[in-house]
Ligand binder design. Structure first.
Ligand code: PEP
Ligand code: MN
Length: 360
């Protein structure tokens, strides 16, 4: 009796081994099919073909398994093969850490972003006048920050809101930045403006509303200016990573990813800061990751705690908005910091996350 059991178990082990070999053999064939499909730009997932394979299997099935069980088992095998191909695909992404294990460090006018320290991007939401930007630029410089932001082309949710000063805004930004030896970060919304903007900006910002504006991504990918790419307000991390891939696949690898909060049902904050995206993006890509605390929280009282959380979790820098008189700002009046508040914000953030290069 026990001999019979042993014999049956031995048979089963043999079948398991055969199944294992066959499943892996099948996976290898699926991978080869994937390569052929990739060359022909055909989608790897083919539900019609899957249905045909399942029908052929159930037609041949004479038990003891029910057809539904056979379908379930094979569906799992199909799914695993597809996932295997997706893994291969992720591995192949230019922005992925699997492709390039070392951190990408971006040099912007002598300032290294992504070198393990923290570098911040500060400035007004919108460029309104030279005096306004210059006052902020002075405080940015005084706080040992190199990157000055300011919106000249504003993608506003309402067509009746202030749309920005356009090229004139870029001129103002550059003038104020030059005055204080700062670098300019500004958003471009139209692929046709990219070339002109190169004369004024040191970093091209792609805003949340344009994260999947693929023509714009391609256009900035063809420049050699660093790009600060913001996460779309309803974009998954995978979509965000793919947007960066669009830029890098055109030849421009100097990309800073910026988490700026996503839209959820929560109303207490303007957006929901997806803080865990920071370590995920750091693990999955080799790009620097910043966190915009202004647009994610939309609340002045949350800027500092959110910034501390961001650096604690591994962000390479913080973006926040500063205005000499936020109450009269033409955009985002509720959440910009005035200059004394900004000075205090930096003091507290520096105590929490010291910047060795900044002597205070
Ligand atoms: C901005 O940074 O000026 C801005 C408009 O932010 P977002 O694109 O993240 O909404
Ligand atoms: Mn703003």
């Amino acid at each position: 009796m026990s001999n019979e059991l042993e014999q049956l178990r031995e048979n089963l082990d043999g079948v398991n081994n055969e199944l294992l070999k066959l499943i892996n053999q099948r996976a290898e064939t699926v991978q080869k099919i994937g390569e052929v499909k990739e060359k022909q730009s055909i989608n790897r997932y083919d539900p019609v073909r899957e249905r045909k394979m399942l029908n052929e299997l159930t037609e041949k099935n004479d038990g003891p398994f029910e057809n539904s069980t056979i379908e379930h088992i094979f569906k799992e095998i199909f799914k695993a093969s597809l996932e295997l191909q997706e893994d291969d695909h992720r591995k192949a992404l230019l922005v992925s850490r699997k492709k390039k294990p070392d951190d990408t460090i971006i040099n912007i006018k002598g300032e290294e972003i992504g070198n393990g320290g923290v570098q911040h991007v500060m400035g007004p939401c919108s460029v309104e006048s030279y005096e306004q930007v210059e006052q902020v630029a002075e405080s940015v410089k005084r706080n040992g920050i190199k990157l000055l932001r300011g919106g000249a082309f504003k993608p506003r949710s309402s067509p009746y809101d202030f749309q920005g000063l356009g090229i004139e805004g870029l001129e103002i930004l550059k003038q104020a930045a030059d005055q204080h030896d700062l670098a300019v970060v500004s958003e471009i919304v139209n692929p046709q403006h990219v070339e002109k903007a190169l004369d004024y900006v040191d970093v091209i910002q792609i805003g949340a509303r344009n994260m999947q504006n693929f023509e714009l991504l391609k256009a900035v990918g063809e420049t050699n200016k660093p790009v600060l790419l913001k996460r779309g307000m309803s974009a998954t991390i995978s979509e965000f990573v793919n947007a960066a891939e669009y830029i890098m696949s055109r030849g421009n690898g100097d990309i800073i990813l910026c988490e700026r909060g996503i839209r959820t049902y929560e109303k207490a904050t303007r957006n929901t800061l997806d803080i865990s995206s920071v370590p995920i993006l750091k693990q999955e890509t080799h790009l620097p990751v910043m966190v915009d605390v202004t647009h994610s929280t939309g609340r002045r009282d949350l800027l500092l705690p959110a910034a501390k959380a961001a650096v604690a979790i591994g962000a390479d820098g913080i973006m926040a908005e500063v205005h000499p008189d936020p109450a009269v700002a033409l955009s985002d009046a509720a959440q910009q910091m005035d200059i004394p508040t900004f000075d205090n914000f930096m003091k507290e953030l520096d105590e929490f996350a010291p910047r060795p290069a900044v002597q205070k």
